[in-house]
Design a binder for this molecule. Sequence first.
Ligand code: AP5
Ligand code: ZN
Length: 214
Amino acid sequence: MRIILLGAPGAGKGTQAQFLMGKFGIPQISTGDMLRAAIKAGTELGLAAKKVMDEGKLVSDELIIGLVKERIAQPDCAKGFLLDGFPRTIPQADAMKENGIRVDHVIEFDVPDDVIVERMGGRRVHPASGRVYHVQYNPPKVEGKDDQTGEDLVIRDDDKEETVRKRLAIYHEQTKPLVDYYRNEAGQGNCQYHKVDGTQPVEKVSQELASLLA
Ligand code: AP5
Ligand code: ZN
């Protein structure tokens, strides 16, 4: 199964990716997580991405498309994958098509901006696994520690309110057009399009996804 998770920063893509990975046994391809890993490793890609990400802007289409193409070619993606944070611009979606990468489902997480800003203030992440928590809405078993490894949770560099607002503005300008793009694709029978109410509690959203994709 090949799935695109589409939604604003903080809409819950990473959170539901963890659920769907477990349910369907397919890998999560989070371009954000891949870029953060590159920054941590100090690679050339990481150096190029760091400043752009900290400013809440998008990394160039060219860089991202190359990264995703390489990742999708790995053997663990043969059965399917979850795209989290990609495509994020019309050129990225077009590049998928041009490279013959088809998807079965596109899932839009609908969450208003004011809810997002509130959520991001409480987000904590486990960088090594991509697991995501919220101090109030999805707390870890032990404060500040990852449930599975016990390692420290961290606050993302781009979760400052000012940066979140910039990321939201860029989402509306550059990523939201993908809603019409994929509705149109679904209209032509190229994929299925689903819109879910991302303001529901985490478990409710997961239940809805499980029944949509059953
Ligand atoms: P990326 O890492 O992809 O960030 P994002 O898309 O902005 O999305 P987030 O990871 O912030 O949110 P999410 O939807 O995963 O929400 P989460 O589940 O964590 O990208 C970061 C940067 O990398 C970009 O700004 C850009 O610079 C660059 N980049 C990445 N991909 C790119 C691309 N394709 N092209 C160009 N540049 C790219 O949840 C958020 C919080 O809410 C958590 O605390 C969670 O616990 C909580 N939560 C989740 N669901 C619920 C719920 N239902 N109820 C209550 N709380 C909830
Ligand atoms: Zn995420």
